[in-house]
Structures are given as structure tokens and as C-alpha cells.
Design a protein. Structure first.
Length: 292
DNA sequence: GCCTCGA
DNA sequence: TCGAGGCAACGCCAC
DNA sequence: GTGGCG
């Protein structure tokens, strides 16, 4: 029973992370604990969930549309193609999806209410073969420094088992075309500033041994991992917002798992802003002028 | 994980 | 009645 | 137009 809604739990003792011994019931407990945090970032966005009915390392599939068998309490929003997409805006929906073995929750850059305006940019810093996490940290801190000097607020979180993601609020002021331009502008700027450190080359061959700085091609409906979402990794890691000071002190994405996420959140609170603030907008308008 | 379809 | 299949899909660039 | 890439 969640908020007066009955939810039947099938196979409660099924292992979702077999090596770690995490059963579905264990997993649902985690989801219940972190509900307010993940909901805060997932609500009123179009959800893509990834389901692993037999565990994190077995067959999976993506799900976007509200299935016909969804309970009535599940809220949805109509996409421009006419179909209904899940709005992960309440605990009951989260638990229902948990029972369906949804191990990852991805949401759109934009909110349902303003579908053509992303709320933020995201840079994805993921080390590939032969790179250590220290390189990711070095680049992230360089980016942070630069943004600070431009008076631009940014946030950082782990992306999964290996990388970091940097969020830059843009106040729902731009459409996807403009946001893509701004994102690309920054990516080129950083690639230019740290030519030995990072590359924005899309083709793997051309990347050499530099860190791939992915400025995440964005479009309406594109979704990326939501803050506080678990990831289907062998560590049962969580996409965890962190403080820039923590990045500086040297963290590892594997440090954050569904085992310790709640303790951590209780200790530091939610350090991600709602991503709707306008404080960066002024800095961006001049940048947008320059791009033209 | 659950539903639908076809043998 | 039971197994197989579905459950997502944009923009960019090189070819 | 198709394929690699995220």
C-alpha cells in the first residue's frame, strides 16, 4: 500500500543484483526511501525507464509509453505524437515501476509544461579505455573554474559507474536549436582551451587517448539519467549529485550505491537546484550574440 | 514483468 | 496453453 | 540513403 494505492509485488525475493544479493524487496525499500529526491527531479518531465526483469546484467528494454495495464494512479502527459508518456511524479508510480524491475529512470531536458525549452545543458565526462578517473576530475574542475569566471552556476553529479555529468541551468529560455548551439559553443571552447586534455570528436578513431567531452546532443524527447536514479551496474551505483568540493577532494562514482545513498542524502541534503533558475541567462545572451 | 498474438 | 515477440529512436557526420 | 555514435 502506497498513498492508499494497492500495488501487488510480484516475485518479491527475486534477485535484481545477484552478486550483491539485492532482492526486489530490498530495491523497493531503496526507492521508497529516496522518493522525494528523485521525484523532485523527475516530476513533470517525460520519463524513459529501462527495465531489467531478470536483473541488471540480463535482458533489458526501454519503456516510454504508459502500458495498457498501468494502474489508474499513474499520471501521464501527451507527447506531440499523440501518445501518453509516464510522469514519474509520485511514490506510487515509482514503486509500481520498481516492481516492474525498472532499474533506471531517465527524463527529458524539458518539462512537460514547456516541451520546447530545455531547463539545462549537460556535459558528459566519461573516461574510456586507458583513462583514470583523476583525468575526469581534472577536466571537470577546469570546466567549473571557467564557468565560475564567467559567472555561470553549474552543478555536478556522478553519471553511473564511471563518469561525471555537469549541469548548467538555462532557465527554460531557449529552444532546442539555441540550446544545442550554446552547448556546442562551450564544448568547442573547452576543447580549444585544453587541447591536450579533452576531445569532442564524435568518431572514436579520432579521439586518441584524450578524454571524450560529450556535449550530449539534445532534442525534444531525448532523455538522460535522472539525479538519484539507480543505474544497472554491478555496483548498484546511483547517479549522485555531489559538491564541487567533493570532486576536488577526489570521489569515485562507485562510492555511491543504493546501500549508502540514503545516509548520504540525509547528511548533505539535495544539493541540486531545481534547475529552473534564471541566474545564468544574462551570461548566455551575450554568448548567443557571439555565436551568430 | 506483463500483455497479446498465433500455432 | 504455451512460446515468441514487443516494450525507444534524434541529430550529426562520414561515407 | 545508410551506419556509427552518443
Amino acid at each position: 500500500m502506497v498513498d492508499n494505492n494497492k500495488i501487488k509485488i510480484s516475485n518479491p525475493d527475486k534477485l535484481l543484483w545477484s552478486e550483491l544479493g539485492i532482492t526486489k524487496v530490498d530495491y523497493l525499500k531503496y526507492l521508497i526511501y529516496i522518493t522525494p529526491y528523485i521525484i523532485k527531479h523527475a516530476k513533470d518531465r517525460f520519463l524513459t525507464t529501462i527495465r531489467y526483469p531478470d536483473g541488471y546484467d540480463k535482458k533489458f528494454f526501454y519503456q516510454k509509453k504508459v502500458p495498457s495495464y498501468a494502474p489508474e494512479f499513474v499520471d501521464s502527459a501527451r507527447w506531440k505524437d499523440g501518445s501518453e508518456y509516464i510522469n514519474l511524479n509520485k511514490q506510487a508510480t515509482l514503486v509500481w515501476l520498481g516492481n516492474l524491475a525498472s532499474l533506471e529512470f531517465h527524463t527529458t531536458f524539458n518539462r512537460i509544461q514547456k516541451p520546447f525549452s530545455p531547463t539545462n545543458l549537460v556535459f558528459d565526462l566519461d573516461p574510456s579505455e586507458g583513462q583514470v578517473f583523476e583525468q575526469v576530475i581534472e577536466v571537470a574542475l577546469n570546466v567549473y573554474d571557467t564557468l565560475n569566471k564567467l559567472n555561470i552556476t553549474s552543478y555536478v553529479k556522478t553519471s553511473g559507474a564511471t563518469g561525471l555529468q555537469i549541469y548548467i541551468p538555462i532557465g527554460e529560455k531557449y529552444d532546442y536549436n539555441e540550446a544545442r548551439k550554446i552547448s556546442k559553443f562551450f564544448a568547442e571552447y573547452f576543447a580549444n582551451k585544453y587541447p591536450e586534455l579533452i576531445t569532442i570528436e564524435r568518431l572514436k578513431e579520432k579521439r586518441g587517448k584524450k578524454l571524450y567531452f560529450d556535449y550530449l546532443q539534445m532534442w525534444e524527447g531525448k532523455s538522460i539519467i535522472t539525479p538519484y536514479s539507480p543505474r544497472a551496474t554491478k555496483y548498484a551505483s546511483v547517479s549522485m549529485p555531489v559538491k564541487w568540493e567533493e570532486v576536488e577532494a577526489g570521489i569515485k562514482p562507485q562510492d555511491f550505491t543504493i546501500f549508502n545513498a540514503l545516509d548520504r542524502i540525509k547528511k548533505v541534503g539535495d544539493i541540486f537546484e531545481p534547475l529552473l533558475d534564471n541566474k545564468n541567462v544574462e551570461s548566455f545572451s551575450s554568448i548567443l550574440q557571439q555565436i551568430k
